[in-house]
Design a protein around this ligand. Sequence first.
Ligand SMILES: *Cc1c(COP(=O)(O)O)cnc(C)c1O
Length: 366
Amino acid sequence: MRFNEELKRLKVYEAGKPIELVVREFGIEEKDVIKLASNENPYGCSKKAIEAVKKNVEKMNLYPDDSMYELKKKLSNRFLVDSKNIIIGAGSDQILEFATRAILNRDSKVLMSKITFAMYEIYALSQGAKILRSSCYRHDLDEFYDIYKKEKPDIIFICTPNNPTGDALDKKYLYKFLEKVKNCLVIVDGAYMEYTAYKDEKKRVEPKDLIENFENVLYLGTFSKAYGLGGMRVGYGIANQEIIKNLYKLRPPFNITTLSLKAATAALEDEEFVKSSVERNFIQMQRYVNFAIKKGLEYIDSYTNFITYIFPKEISSKEFSNMLLRRGVIVRDLTGYGLNAIRVTIGTKEQNSIFFEKFDEVLNEY
Ligand SMILES: *Cc1c(COP(=O)(O)O)cnc(C)c1O
């Protein structure tokens, strides 16, 4: 049996540890485990989404509406773009997969930031493409442009705000870069844009405006973060029709389940839920900032629902996060990204208090 050569360069993506694992491995009761590792919405999701799922739960025997008419229509109203400019994926991850498969082969190159969302590399490598990275963890678009001119990559990934660092680009700065980049697909991943737009209007990127100005840009959004539907797996891509048409060729039929479609459609009717989640997020975020300052810890100013603490050399983030894990607190260690840092999802008020308490405990023991 022979596997594709490309698989040799691939590592399995390490998702945030599930609560069940901590319960099993450390004998901690489920109610005492807090998961601040996958940037999920700690306030749950819209009640309207739950109602919609309950109402449709008996339709499991039927295939979903493959045209996704309702959800596309809602998204089209929400973003003021035509339904023909929209594709829905099982998470925006699936659209990343379509886009990389649509464009890349063994002769291709992709460009991304030194530290960014791990799936870009995985999908690009699986197509045999060469990975080019900028030298700085922030998106230095001047450096991106230099590399672009020299290497002519086939896809450029721009994650704004960036995961796992939380920093975001000014729209003007992004547009100045996009105006100079032709003949190359630019993927603008706005998985946390609801948070960013609330915190700083200058960093808000609207897909309508983006695709009206740039025919080579694919904007990605998701229901997994601010909308609180991570378990339903729904994301969307917005781009000009030529791009969407080509991505569609790679979409398996019925890629979104009926219940997921219903949940996402209903969630769009409840902007109030998103707004209150985002507001509460930044109130709680301030506690994380204050805590870092009090402890003399370096942190990255965040436009998302997570914050990154960078540790001094004397403290290993890997060891530190394992010590937190044994106390029932799951965070994301960033050693694998080349940063001696942890990424912590901003939880509820109560969860965050526990985090600070356990963090202090580990610090004292370290
Ligand atoms: C969470 C996330 C996604 C996609 O999540 P899905 O659940 O697949 O929609 C995409 N990009 C970034 C940067 C993310 O953090």
